[in-house]
Design a protein around this ligand. Structure first.
Ligand code: HPA
Length: 274
């Protein structure tokens, strides 16, 4: 008989809890080019994804990915080194799986970062945007299919996917650190193509301030599970808005790396205040 997701999660978490006995309360998922944040962590235990029962396995050879259990600013955190994207061929349920594992381990708050294209005409490359809401219609919902009540309700409320209190805290922190931040709506897409000119225009017209290929499915699973979410984008390109500009993955990664120190200081101060 095929086991339920809940049963799989129980097996996954009991395996992890045998390796690491402490309960993390904060989960961290980092975006492309933003992984250096893990150098801020006092690592206590690392577990390779490939060793964890039922965990999705990384498709990129040599980048197997791991869960990092650590102490940071007096808090116990679990961070994903390597995340799963729908465009890599994972199902939306697989993309959501690590978030559900975090919940089962005791995580209450999830912090997420990503690299995103700026569709808001006022955004520049290197800007930061606190995500206040998202549009998920251009991706595939991870809650499709039979609902398992142990994981959350059939029809989750989505009136506040991004916790207002955490947004307010992050704004205060950014102000104190003199780091300018925008607040806006993230439009989730499947990728892996960057958008066409017409698509960037469409996303802007429907209220998207930024567009990206991650985050939305993870946030949906986290909200379904009743966790608090904070998420932030680094604007790595401004779409192909102008006559002759193009977008490369290289420039996305470079822009993310350049902006990373700003994002890292906001995240670490936020961890401190949770
Ligand atoms: N579109 C989609 N995803 C992205 C982009 C973009 O312009 N930049 C970084 N991730």
């Amino acid at each position: 008989m095929v086991s339920s997701v809940y049963q799989q999660l129980q097996e996954t978490t009991s395996f992890i809890q045998q390796q690491y006995k402490i309960t993390p309360t904060i989960g961290i998922v980092l975006g492309s080019g933003l992984g250096n944040f893990t150098s801020e962590l006092n690592v206590e235990k690392e577990i390779a994804y490939s060793d964890i029962p039922h965990f999705p396995v990384s498709t990129v050879e040599g980048h197997s990915g791991k869960l990092i259990f650590a102490e940071m600013r007096g808090k116990k955190v679990v961070a994903m080194a390597g995340r799963f994207h729908f465009y890599e061929g994972y199902t939306p349920q697989q993309v959501a799986y690590p978030i559900r594992v975090m919940k089962m381990l005791g995580v209450e708050t999830v912090l997420i970062s990503n690299a995103a294209g700026g569709t808001n005409a006022g955004f520049k490359v290197g800007d930061l945007m606190i995500i206040k809401d998202h549009i998920s219609f251009f991706t595939v919902n991870p809650l499709l299919g039979k609902n398992e009540e142990e994981l959350g309700p059939r029809f989750p409320d989505m009136s506040e996917p991004y916790n207002h209190e955490l947004i307010a805290k992050a704004k205060t922190i950014a102000k104190r650190l003199q780091i300018p931040v925008h607040t806006g709506v993230y439009a989730g897409v499947t990728g892996p193509t960057f958008e066409t000119r017409a698509e960037y225009k469409l996303l802007q017209a429907v209220g998207g301030d930024a567009v990206g290929m991650s985050t939305v499915q993870e946030v949906t699973a986290a909200v379904h599970a009743g966790m608090r979410v904070f998420a932030m984008s680094v604007i790595t390109d401004i779409g192909i808005r102008e006559e002759d500009n193009v977008i490369t993955h290289q420039e996305v990664l470079e822009a993310a790396r350049n902006a990373e120190p700003k994002l890292t200081s906001i995240f670490s101060n936020l961890v401190n205040e949770l």
